[in-house]
Design a protein around this ligand. Structure first.
Ligand code: VGL
Ligand code: ZN
Length: 219
């Protein structure tokens, strides 16, 4: 029998700005994900990728770039720069993960030596990009990180998604991985959410996309 199991691990946005004690967009208990993620990094995945939220200072998702708007509560309408008929409403955030700053660094305790590749996302100031694959616009897409092509180049069949934040970028990553046709698993103990109260509903939406949420997976 030929084996058709080629798993990849995607470690989403395990960066200082998403973690206590000093992250500008700290996810409650965000640092706790590192211990179980490092255990996964010891396993023989075909490909181990980390993503970094990597914004320019003038990024559209920062409330500070919209006079009078408040992070976490206010939204803005983002219009496709290449097609004015396409738009979405997007939440505003504190300034976070600005390219080259200490807040944008991966956590020092993450076992980065085990990673095969680091992918930067959210680099185009004109669009929000929770998903490490691409931005939400479709006609035309504005920003593509190359992650789907990378997974295909390695003949990946199964994608394991972990990291921060569960209710935003990890959720989007799992949904897009499933949409791209990979068998997709989100390992619950390896994520934390901006709003833990959102997580039960997020899990339902994630499962609706075809991805599976696995719990108590890591021994
Ligand atoms: C994220 C909000 C803004 C995330 C990134 O990584 O989940 N959330 N930018
Ligand atoms: Zn961001």
């Amino acid at each position: 029998m030929t084996s058709n199991f080629r798993p990849a691990l995607i470690v989403v946005d395990v960066q200082e700005d998403f973690c206590p004690p000093s992250g500008s967009l700290a996810v409650p208990n965000g640092r706790d994900v590192v211990v179980p993620i490092n255990k996964l990094l010891d396993l023989p995945f075909v490909l181990k990728v980390a993503t970094k939220d990597w914004h320019p200072q003038d990024h559209i998702s920062f409330a500070a770039n919209h006079p009078g708007k408040q992070p976490y509560v206010d939204f803005v309408t983002i219009v496709n720069p290449d097609n004015a008929t396409e738009s979405y409403s997007s939440q505003l955030w504190p300034v976070h993960c600005v390219q080259g700053t200490t807040g944008a660094e991966l956590l020092a305790e993450l076992d980065v030596g085990k990673l095969d590749k680091i992918i930067e996302k959210g680099t185009d100031r004109r669009v929000e990009m929770y998903s490490p694959f691409y931005d939400p616009f479709v006609s035309p897409r504005v920003s593509d990180s190359g992650l789907a092509a990378l997974l295909r180049d390695h003949a990946v069949t199964d994608v394991y998604v972990v990291g921060l934040a569960g209710d935003y970028c990890v959720k989007s990553c799992a949904e897009d991985a499933a949409k791209e046709g990979f068998r997709t698993y989100l390992i619950e103990e390896c994520t934390r959410s901006v709003d833990a109260g959102n997580w039960p509903q997020c899990k339902k939406v994630i499962e609706g996309s075809g991805a599976k949420v696995a719990t108590d997976y890591i021994q």
